[in-house]
Design a protein around this ligand. Structure first.
Ligand SMILES: [Zn+2]
Length: 332
């Protein structure tokens, strides 16, 4: 245990309990190697949530995110050496679970006569917004590269964070955030900000890695879903629901099948060095024969991971969890 964690007892970010202890100490940044630092993952004896403690400060956290963390190669912008927009077609294909789950909300809102306006928080390169296809949608991110890509797709782009943004309260029918909430601590102000942005009848769709999945059970500290030190709090399907409900939302639907994220989490656990955005961040590029070969091997691991990912999700132990929720009492 580090001196800092001895000095400040860790409070569980989910149940706020004090019965916490180090589960895995001195964990490295396996996936991106953005820092040589080591980090302790603590766990709560009551709700079993694993979390990074102490939480790195804002400047430290910012340094853990290479530009390629949120934005992969964009063949539209860069040519990327991928023929015929193959990468875009692949992205669109693997986003189908996100689009199906979120598209249901959009369809329900349209059927109810609502004006649909989507804000995607932590939008990355905007490929989800494009696949969802709702005109007038907005993407929010901190990465300038990401926001350029979002604009190139024809959507509005807002640089910032939820509690300090120029979007009018009550002006969005749907706020989405995929693989974002696990990066923030505490979560309560973030969910409150989402709630403020919602119009009457508005909803949120949020997704995080599910630390209760079979992959995590089998692989333990080597499960890539922990993504130390960027994932500050590791939710499960149960604890995500718990915090969302505590923050004044009613959960309407849950999904654990996710073609884009679940098999890649398994690949990233097994061959973290081959994860394309991670290689790009180190090499400063992704071209060349070796790069193409590494991409092919990584794709092979990902395809081979698909049956297991499907199986664990069918058991309710999927590698990610997506919730659809609305403010209780219709409150905003
Ligand atoms: Zn707890």
């Amino acid at each position: 245990m580090s001196a800092a964690s001895l000095a400040s007892p860790a409070t569980c970010p989910v149940c706020h309990g004090q019965r916490t202890a180090v589960r895995w100490s001195q964990r490295p940044d396996r996936l991106f190697r953005a820092t040589s630092g080591r980090f302790d993952l603590h766990a709560c004896a009551d709700c079993r949530t694993a979390f990074v403690h102490p939480v790195p400060n804002g400047a430290e956290l910012a340094a853990f995110y290479p530009e390629t963390y949120w934005v992969g190669p964009t063949d539209r912008e860069q040519g990327a050496g991928v023929p015929g927009g193959l990468l875009e077609r692949y992205r669109r294909f693997v986003l189908r679970d996100h689009v199906r789950f979120t598209g249901k909300v959009v369809a329900d809102q349209r059927a109810a006569g609502m004006a649909v306006r989507v804000l995607d928080v932590g939008c990355g390169d905007g490929s989800f917004l494009e696949a969802l296809g709702v005109p007038g949608s907005l993407g929010m991110d901190l990465s300038k590269t990401a926001l350029r890509a979002v604009r190139a797709r024809g959507f509005g782009a807002v640089r910032g964070v939820l509690d300090d943004c120029p979007i009018r309260p009550g002006s969005c029918s749907l706020v989405t955030s995929f693989h974002f909430l696990e990066h923030v601590h505490p979560i309560e102000p973030v969910l409150a900000s989402m709630r403020r942005l919602l119009a009457p009848g508005g909803e949120i769709v949020v997704q995080v890695p599910n630390a209760d999945c079979l992959q995590a059970k089998i692989l333990g500290r080597h499960w890539a879903g922990y993504d130390v030190p960027r994932h500050l709090v590791n939710y499960t399907a149960r604890t995500l629901r718990q915090v969302v409900e505590r923050c004044g939302f009613e959960v309407l639907a849950e999904n654990q099948q996710c073609l884009r994220d679940n098999p890649t989490t398994l690949s990233n656990s097994l061959v973290p060095g081959l994860y394309p955005p991670s290689r790009m961040s180190r090499a400063g590029g992704h071209g060349g024969l070796l790069g193409a070969l590494a991409n092919m091997v990584y794709l092979g691991f990902t395809v081979a991971s698909m049956p297991f990912s499907w199986f664990e999700a069918a058991l309710g132990r999927g590698a990610s969890v997506m919730l659809r929720a609305r403010p209780r009492d219709g409150a905003r």
